[in-house]
Design a protein around this ligand. Structure first.
Ligand code: ZN
Length: 403
């Protein structure tokens, strides 16, 4: 027993060393939270997970005292980090901490302002300069103009009125306004975002600010009737700020945070804020104008996950994994060799003794348009099986006239 225990410890030690060698996170992130009218206990761990799954960040969460607590005890050393993510909307920090934060950004520190964080600190001038725009907290014309898009140009509107509103939560289309910025380069120009609050009528100093993406707040849903800023960048001193108004958190995260569009823009924005560049690839599951793309559990599905789940498919189950496979083929396969890589995996399903007949029918349908000579022997073999004969012969008939 004791010997086994020691062996386990040695193994765990080796594993830890191996992981430490494997890990080469370049940047350190600090997530500031602890008070919020939003569910920060749900959102902050998710933000940490999203940063770390890029492989670029190690992330820590620091909490302020609870409401009414002694804020003078909140003094993080911001200068140790490459990016500070603000998931906070609460009582004012101490003057010392505010100055340290402004110095950090002035000296080139990165910041991500996340969703409700732009509601915080209405009285703190430097913070509002970093956010560009904010809402609620009695913000009005005294805090700066409304900024939005109209007919493809940016409008600075000094009309008097409240700052901050949103209609009932809904899915909405995000439109990229600058496709050349490192954060947005290569993203679809239009994409659907998961059920979220569409922040509207934000106001602020809007200095040194660039709007990367907007969304139209439809009046029929009670919106402002404007193309409202969704993703922004701001420069403050030598610092870079990425501001996303997306991602209202429910218990466990919810559709606004599980949206692959939120996740990917947050991850890219954080890397840009930390370094000024973006090295992350755009994943195949980034949404487009046709519909939202939700990552259950915040995990991107791998091709191996897809293939394993497809083998278990029966007619009563969702075709989610098969749809994933199809979108990979359509997005990733460029050359005949690429198609054959997918085809080889699909042949394995056709040949598998464990794979269901329903899964084989799905695969036969897909191969009928993209299969090469490679899959013909496997399909001919299936044609001998009474339950799959029709599907196999259909696939062969579609493929062979052109082969
Ligand atoms: Zn919210």
């Amino acid at each position: 027993m004791k010997k086994q225990y020691i062996l386990v410890l040695v193994f765990a030690g080796l594993l830890a060393t191996f992981n430490a060698c494997q890990k080469s996170a370049e940047y350190k992130a600090l997530i500031v939270t602890g008070q919020n009218n939003h569910n920060w206990k749900a959102s902050s761990p998710v933000l940490k997970q999203l940063l770390e799954q890029t492989g670029l960040f190690t992330a820590e969460i620091v909490k302020t005292p609870e409401k009414g607590g002694d804020m003078s005890t909140f003094n993080p050393d911001f200068s140790k980090y490459n990016v500070v993510v603000i998931d906070y909307n609460g009582e004012s920090w101490s003057d010392k901490t505010k100055t340290a934060f402004a110095d950090y950004v002035n000296n080139g520190g990165g910041v991500v302002v996340y969703h409700g964080a732009n509601n915080s600190f209405p009285e703190w001038k430097e913070f509002n300069l970093m956010c560009g725009l904010g809402g609620w907290g009695n913000r009005s014309e005294k805090d700066g103009p409304y900024v939005y898009f109209k007919n493809d140009s940016m409008v600075i509107d000094t009309t008097a009125g409240r700052g901050g509103s949103h209609a009932k939560r809904h899915e909405f289309e995000v439109k990229i306004r600058n496709a050349e910025h490192p954060v947005t380069k290569g993203l679809p120009i239009h994409w659907m975002h998961g059920n979220d609050e569409l922040y509207s009528q934000l106001r602020g100093p809007a200095k040194n600010m660039e709007i990367l993406a907007t969304a139209y707040a439809d009046t029929t849903g009670g919106g402002s009737g404007r193309d409202e800023p969704m993703l922004m960048t701001i420069s403050y001193g030598k610092g870079r700020i990425f501001h996303t108004v997306l991602g209202h958190a429910d218990e466990g995260g919810g559709p606004a945070m599980e949206c692959a569009g939120f996740i990917v823009t947050f991850q890219r924005g954080a890397e840009w804020a930390a370094s000024g560049k973006v090295t992350q690839k755009i994943p195949y599951d980034f949404p487009n104008a046709a519909g939202v793309s939700i990552r259950t559990g915040f995990k991107e599905l791998t091709l191996a996950d897809d293939m394993a789940m497809i083998e278990k498919y029966d007619i009563t189950k969702s075709t989610k994994y098969f749809a994933d496979l199809q979108s990979r083929i359509r997005n990733e396969a460029k050359t005949a060799q690429d198609y054959q890589q997918f085809e080889k995996l699909m042949i394995k399903v056709l040949e598998s003794k464990e794979a269901t007949d329903d899964s084989k029918k799905l695969i036969l349908g897909e191969l009928s348009w993209m299969g090469s000579d490679l899959c013909i022997p496997a399909i001919k073999e299936l044609a001998k099986n009474a339950g799959l004969k029709d599907a196999a012969e259909f696939a062969l008939a579609r493929m062979q006239p052109t082969k």
